[in-house]
Design a protein around this ligand. Structure first.
Ligand SMILES: [Zn+2]
Length: 947
């Protein structure tokens, strides 16, 4: 174990080295705390010590106004390690020890208490005590203080305690006061979870300091990619040799990579490519997995301010992931030389609001690491568009906390839209390279490569996760799970990330060649069968390859997304889809003249997604029909993308080569035309006094809510006739012309003097569940407290109360509802729970055509669930709203072992109890705010509540 000990000393030295070089951040700098303390204020804890307020170094310098000095051996009191700090106090005269008062943040040391898990407050044993009581050495007063573990652990990773680590994080005045003379000496100390920890509000100052210390003319640029839901900056930092390197990559190399990768491959082969650099992207998305951010800051600092970086690794062929008694080797990186090869990108966190509040989710309650494909949240929209823009070669998403370090590549099943052979060829060895550095420079002794050491259960079947999303941009994309919250883990993570950079520096040409090959296959429309061996059956051995059906090529030639009414049922979602594609770096064209293909005439103005393009895999992932992977034993989360069905627009797959050549123009930016888009017969629309708003998309709901909120008259049409249908809305032309927002509406003008209608009032809705809250807000509903509500929308099954209209959303609410016995005659069944995802299915359904709740849906239409349940019995007299189709092909896409049980079963019903309507949906109408096509079920049910 001698070797281990030597290494530990080395690690310690490394930490100390790193420490001294960032001492500005900890020692001479006081971060802005005005905002920081707001977050603290929300936390209810007893008599907190007083943090130092104010900005930057000024306060710090002000510390010692009196003659004399107060020095400490370390300025940081860490919550996760026991530390003894030597204090020396020199008043310039001989003080009486008995007359000295010692305080930190205005409290005596023994008033600082550890967390009491029962009381849920800082009322436990003392946190800080004298290790050596003050004594005199000449005229100098010496003492030692020692801190205990604030949360009784060296790694406060538990979800309940994690948010608490910001409570006491901050700067505090250490004051030694001579009561006799009134003289006090002061210095500022920091209390933090670990030495390298930073609060969100400190990021700007830390980056500024690093920028101030940059050497050799290196380029460090701090950008703000955008603002979060609560208005915080998404911080993005570029470290490179110089600005020219960055411009060259973005303006010269990258366009060629995507447009003509083969030309670059030729230049690489014949040695004429010249100077080029590849970007490596470091990311965090779960900010309470704190080391994922702090490790980036350390790495950013090293690459900006160090001449060389040295570290240990295991440079052997061992694939056990276990340290054992393997031989360490030392690696040295000359940073200036390294920056001839790489550009480093630091996206400190995709969720700044989460770091501020120290939670995983964003402030709408969403886990952003399930939102990278759906992109319903602003933070994800901003970051994915940056990833698309940069097209990094390596992408690390840094997470915690698993007992053992876990590193991608993933287990099967893999998304078949990846060029998996090219990705895995480099990802697998890079995984080991990172793991080796992580254990060689920390006290950890083991890591797991998911693909090799786990076999299954850690799949990359959908780009919901940031790293898996980045793989669609040709990146070697890794989700990395680290084990702990403390300095040791942070150090380990820094070295893991450093090893990825070294891997790119050493293998740049080969890695770049493979990334270009991914794009070449795309641009040239090649479906290479080399990839097939990675797509296996659940036995993990039988190769099934890409599922091509009757086609030679897995990928179609084009997708067409028309907007004209004849071919498009939902122009709003068609526009939204084009916007999504462009944001994600996917080339979209528009037809300049109408074109016949396979007997369909696509009108001018239709959008065309040409599939001969570098990033066709991502386009196909979201626009293809999805896959039934229910025979796999476990899945990590949802896998059904199928945007056209789940968001409810028409898209056409075209397999005719060069079908639209010369008839298209590239769309650079999609702008939904100004003014409300009115689809329908122009002349009739112009001359009418009243309009029918067709119940065909979610903007119809938004307009109804806007008008009702303004006190305007909206009538709901109760019957179908020529040019209108039950569930459409009737409004005045003046009101439509005065709408405040831009909507995509399907309007019709017809003579409706004798039609049956009811006049609507805006429902007051109380919601339980973050997804439904987000969706109903987005649709413009008036959300109120439960007491004020007409209607209760509930994803949990716990909010049902007598006399109020009630909507239970998703099978997840069924257990509680059944147990409550408040709905006599209701019963349900579900498939067995397996893993994290309970059972996801895009299903063919049969929709009741005689209900206002289901108006606007076709008799045969889609249902979507993620809770794996169905209804087996409804109350007497209940009206069934939707059932699963009885046909054998009722299941279209997803992962739901046991889905067979749902065939032909009831999925939604409505009934009346005590005069209130009770409606239950087995469909998860608002799941992750993705299935927008289902929203009108919920919206109309809300509106029904007031009729
Ligand atoms: Zn995570």
């Amino acid at each position: 174990m001698l070797r281990k000990r030597v290494v530990q000393i080395f690690v310690l030295l490394m930490i100390l080295l790193a420490f001294s070089s960032v001492s500005f951040a900890q020692g001479s700098e006081v971060a802005a705390f005005a905002q920081g303390s707001e977050a603290i204020a929300k936390v209810k804890v007893n008599e907190q010590p007083e943090k130092v307020k104010g900005n930057k170094a000024a306060d710090k310098v002000k510390g010692n106004e009196a003659e004399g000095s107060l020095t400490v051996s370390n300025e940081i009191i860490p919550m996760t390690e026991v530390r003894i700090i030597n204090i020396e106090v020199d008043f310039g005269y001989l003080p009486d020890l008995e007359e000295l008062e010692w305080t930190l943040g205005g409290k005596q040391f023994d008033e600082w208490k550890t967390w009491d898990f029962d009381a849920r407050d800082y009322t436990g044993d003392p946190f800080i005590l004298f290790e050596t009581e003050p004594y005199l050495d000449g005229t100098v007063v010496k003492a030692q203080i020692k801190n205990e573990l604030l949360f009784d652990t060296s790694s406060p990773t538990s979800r309940t305690i994690r948010p608490r680590i910001v409570d006491l994080t901050g700067y505090f005045d250490l004051i030694v006061k001579d009561i006799e003379t009134g003289i006090e000496l002061k210095r500022i100390m920091r209390v933090a979870p670990y030495d390298s920890f930073y609060l969100y509000d400190e990021f700007g100052d830390v980056i500024d300091e690093i920028k101030g210390n940059v050497i050799n003319g290196r380029y460090i640029e701090h950008e703000v990619s955008g603002k979060t839901n609560e208005g915080r900056d998404i911080n993005f930092v570029i470290v490179a040799k110089d600005k020219k390197s960055v411009d060259n990559y973005l303006k010269k190399t990258l366009p060629l990579m995507l447009e003509n990768p083969e030309a670059l491959q030729e230049k690489l082969k014949d040695g004429t490519i010249g100077d080029y650099k590849v970007p490596i992207w470091y990311n965090n998305i779960h900010p309470d997995e704190t080391i994922g951010i702090d490790a980036q800051i350390k790495l950013m600092e090293w690459f900006s301010t160090q001449e060389t970086i040295e570290y240990w690794t295991y440079d052997d062929d061992d694939r056990s992931g276990i340290e054992g008694d393997r031989e360490k080797t030392k690696v040295s990186i000359n940073v200036d030389e390294a920056l001839d090869d790489v550009i480093l990108l630091f996206n400190l966190t995709q969720n700044p609001d989460g770091r501020y509040h120290m939670v995983r989710q964003n402030t709408n309650g969403f886990d952003l690491n399930r939102d990278n494909a759906f992109q319903t949240q602003i933070e994800t929209q901003i970051v994915t568009s940056e990833i698309a823009k940069w097209t990094p070669l390596i992408f690390l998403d840094l997470h915690g906390f698993y007992d053992s370090m876990v590193i991608d590549p993933c287990t099967p099943p893999h998304d078949q839209n990846y060029e998996y052979d090219l990705l895995n060829k480099n990802m697998n060895p890079l995984g080991y390279t990172m793991g080796n550095a992580a254990i060689a420079n920390s006290t950890y002794t083991q890591y797991r490569i998911a693909q090799d050491h786990w076999g299954s259960g850690w799949e990359d079947s959908a780009p919901s996760y940031t790293a898996q999303y980045a793989m669609h941009h040709g990146a070697l994309g890794f989700t990395v799970e680290m084990p702990q919250i403390n300095e040791n883990c942070n150090t380990s993570t820094v070295h893991l990330a450093l090893a990825a950079a070294k891997y790119a520096i050493d293998g740049k040409d080969d890695l770049f060649m493979d990334q270009l090959e991914i794009f070449r296959r795309g641009v040239q429309g090649i479906d290479d069968t080399e990839v097939d061996e990675y797509f296996v059956a659940p036995d993990l051995e039988t190769v099934v390859g890409r599922e091509r059906g009757n086609n030679d090529n897995f990928f179609p030639e084009y997708y067409v997304i028309p907007v004209e009414k004849e071919l498009q049922r939902n122009a709003l979602e068609a526009y939204n889809m084009v916007e999504w594609l462009l944001r994600n770096g996917i080339k979209v064209d528009t037809l300049v003249k109408s074109t016949d293909v396979d007997g369909i005439t696509y009108p001018a103005g239709s959008y065309i997604v040409p599939m001969h393009q570098a990033k066709r895999g991502l386009a196909n992932t979201v626009l293809s029909d999805g896959i039934n992977w229910s025979d796999w034993p476990v899945m990590y989360a949802e896998i059904a993308m199928v945007f056209h069905d789940l968001r409810g627009f028409d898209r056409y797959e075209v397999r005719v080569e060069e079908a639209f050549d010369d008839n298209t123009r590239e769309v650079k930016k999609m702008v939904i035309p100004k003014g409300n888009i009115i689809i329908g017969n122009d002349k009739e629309v112009k001359n009418a006094d009243e309009y029918v708003i067709k119940n065909s998309n979610n903007d119809a709901i938004r307009v109804v809510n806007e008008l009702l909120a303004k006190g305007k008259t909206v009538k709901w049409i109760l019957e179908s006739g020529d040019g209108y249908s039950m569930g459409d809305y009737l409004v005045s032309k003046t009101d439509i012309n005065n709408l405040s927002n831009n909507y995509v509406l399907d309007l019709a003008a017809v003579n409706l003097t004798s039609v049956k209608t009811i006049t609507l009032a805006q429902p007051k809705v109380s919601v339980n569940g973050y997804e439904s809250t987000f969706v109903l807000k987005e649709l413009g509903f008036n959300l109120v407290s439960r007491n004020q509500a007409d209607v209760i929308v509930d994803n949990s099954g716990t909010e049902l109360q007598s006399g109020k209209h009630y909507i239970g959303v998703g099978g997840g609410s069924f257990t509680q509802l059944k147990d409550s016995s408040l709905i006599p005659g209701f019963d349900y069944d579900r498939s067995d729970d397996k893993g994290r995802a309970r059972g996801e299915g895009l299903l063919h359904g049969i929709i009741n055509q005689n209900s206002l709740i289901t108006a606007g849906y076709s008799e045969e239409d889609y249902l979507y669930t993620t809770s794996g349940s169905w209804i087996t019995s409804v109350p007497e007299g209940a009206q069934v709203l939707a059932s699963v189709s009885d046909g054998d092909d009722f299941y279209k896409a997803g992962w739901w072992p046991g889905y067979e049980g749902a065939q032909g079963q009831i999925f939604a019903f409505t009934t009346k109890i005590d005069g209130a309507s009770i409606t239950l949906f087995a469909n998860d109408l608002t799941n992750r705010a993705h299935p927008r096509y289902s929203y009108r079920f919920l919206a109309q049910c809300n509106i029904c509540g007031t009729t």
